[in-house]
Design a protein around this ligand. Sequence first.
Ligand code: DGL
Length: 274
Amino acid sequence: MTTNNSPIGIFDSGVGGLSVLRALVEQLPNENIIYFGDQGHVPYGPRPMEQIQQFSEGITNFLLAQNAKIIIVACNTASAAALKYLREKFSDVQFVGMEPAIKPAAEYTQTGKVGVLATPATFQGELYASVVERFANDVELFQNTCAGLVGEIEKGNLNGTETRTILQNALLPMLENNIDTVVLGCTHYPFVIPLIKQIVGENVRVIDPAPSVARQAQRLLEAGGRLNQGLGGKIQIFTTGDLSALEFTLPILLNKPAEVKLALWENNQTLKTL
Ligand code: DGL
C-alpha cells in the first residue's frame, strides 16, 4: 500500500533523468524520490524497442517494490519505446512520460524552422511521429541524434572538446537553415544547455521539457490527494552501473545530497539490491 509519504519513482537509462529530478525537487521539495539510472545498459537510444520494454518493465517492478506512488519515465527513449507497453502491463499504476516538446516549439517559432535533438529510438517511435503529425504541420524540423553525446554526459563531460564538437556538428547546419528554436528530446541534453546557448546564441530558444513534466506529476498527485504533506525531501539514487563513477559525476549534475546505491540485473529481467 502506498501512502502520501511514499516516494515518487523516476527512471532513465542513465543520468539524463536527473534533469527531470532537478525540476521535480524544485517543484515538489517535500516529496521523497527514488531515482533509477540503468547505467549498466546506457545508452538505450540505439537498442531495439523490445529490449527497452523489457528493461523498463524490470525497473518499474523494482520501483513498485520500493513502494513508488507514481512513476516518471524520465527518458524520451523509454517513453517512445515502452510507455504504452507499461501502461497496459501496469494498468493500476500512474505513469508520467516524456514526449519531444514539438507543440511549444511550433507555437513559438517565427522562422517556422525548429531543430530537434533526440536519440534514434525516439525519432523512430510512434510517439514522435504522432506529435509531429499533430503539431508540426507548418513547421520544418531539422533532426539530429547527436551520436556520442549521451556517453559524454554520462562521464560528466559537459564542456569538453568532444561534447562541443558533437553539438557544433549538430547545431551549426541547423543555424544555417535559420532555426530559431531547439527542442531537447533527450533528458541528458539539458545538462549541456549552457554550451548549446554558446553555440546557437541568444536569439534561439532552447526548450527543456523537464519543468512541464514536473508540473504534470504535481497535477496528478494533487488530483489524487497524494502529495506528501509532511517533511520529506529524501533522495535515493540506484544505478546498475559503476557506483564510484556515479559518485564522481553526481555532484557535477545535481546540486543536492543523495544516497547512492547499486542495483543488479538478473537475466536482464529482475533487479536486486545488495
Ligand atoms: N536520456 C534518454 C532520453 O531521454 C536516453 C539516452 C539513451 O540512453 O540513449 O532519451
